[in-house]
Design a protein around this ligand. Structure first.
Ligand SMILES: [Zn+2]
Length: 333
């Protein structure tokens, strides 16, 4: 799957439906109601094609499950459900998001696919929802690199926020500035990256602060501490949790040390610099509300960086089930 082989599907809605089925259901149609695989019958439309309620041609392909007797299409229970955007445009958006190293701006989707800006933004968020590691994702185990960074631009450049808004200023937290551990109040958002140095898998999180207690809690949700080795910088917040790991080794950033033998936090540095390049270069600004979804997208891209574009797209397409994201969920604070 590359741009040339996918191009026909971008303007042939009927073909796009069949491609979507083969991507989401590699082992035959999967009933979203009872979970049966490959026991459904395709319902051929009477007049050769289906129509929508307004009489327009519909390319929807309907299946009937032989186990539970219920009907479904490839969209049911997926991020595409209830979307009025044609599947051919969804496919193109998936391709653009997975094939670009730095992601793609909603404006590009709007311009390239001819959907409104609002729809483009919503499509991107739905696709990002699919990039999230599922709730049943395995715990990370092995050599774990943990590091935190601060994401966000100069608050003066942010529109819609008064520069001297008392409430906002009071809500700021303290950002430690290494070296010397000076601290200052900041509008930036702390982000923790947890990277499995053995497999390259990364899970990053927005955290409320960078205290040892908060970081330990976030790391323990993703890592099997008792069977892993921890690699961090010399930050004091990692010392106590380090004892719960098999081993804990540090590099001393304040003395310019980033690697000593196989002890290195370079992976985290690389991840963060790519994240910041993408936010600065592609998206220009990411709000705190949406930051977790952007992080999910970057984690997915970083974790799958060794895969080909087509393998990455197939994997993402298989993750589109069981995740709904409504406009109300998106705008809820
Ligand atoms: Zn069924």
């Amino acid at each position: 799957m590359n741009l040339c082989s996918l191009a026909p599907y971008f303007h042939d809605e009927a073909a796009a439906w069949e491609l979507m089925e083969s991507l989401r259901w590699p082992n035959g149609p999967e009933c979203p109601h009872c979970g049966e695989i490959d026991r459904a019958t395709y319902l051929t439309p009477r007049n050769g094609h289906r129509t929508t309620s307004t009489g327009a041609v519909s390319y929807r392909r309907i299946w009937k499950c032989q186990a539970c007797k219920r009907k479904f299409s490839v969209l049911v229970g997926s991020i595409f459900e209830d979307s009025k955007v044609p599947l051919s445009k969804w496919l193109a958006a998936f391709y653009m998001l997975t094939a670009n190293k730095n992601g793609v701006a909603a404006y590009e989707i709007h311009r390239t696919l001819g959907v409104t800006n609002r729809t483009a933004g919503f499509m991107m968020h739905r696709i990002r929802e699919a990039t999230k590691a599922g709730p049943l994702a395995d715990m990370l185990r092995g050599t774990i690199v943990a590091d935190e960074t601060w994401v966000g631009g100069n608050p003066k450049n942010r529109h819609g926020e008064a520069p001297n808004d008392r409430k906002r200023l009071d809500a700021r937290i303290y950002e430690p500035i290494t070296p010397g551990m000076k601290i200052r109040k900041t509008d930036k958002t702390p982000v923790l990256a947890i990277i499995n140095a053995d497999t390259g898998e990364v899970r990053s999180r927005v955290v409320t602060d960078v205290s040892g207690h908060t970081l330990r809690k976030a790391i323990a949700e993703h890592v099997d501490l008792a069977n892993s080795h921890l690699r961090t910088d010399e930050g004091a917040q990692y010392l106590q949790m380090g004892r719960e790991f098999v081993s804990h080794e540090t590099v001393n950033h304040s003395e310019g040390e980033y690697a000593r033998g196989d002890v290195t936090t370079n992976r985290a540095e690389g991840y963060f610099s790519q994240l910041k390049r993408s936010i600065g270069g592609t998206h220009h600004h990411v709000s705190k509300t949406h930051l977790p979804r952007y992080l999910a997208e970057f984690d997915f891209r970083y974790t799958t960086c060794k895969l080909s574009d087509s393998e990455r797209m197939k994997r993402l397409m298989r993750q589109t089930g069981g995740r709904r994201l409504t406009r109300r969920m998106l705008t809820a604070r």
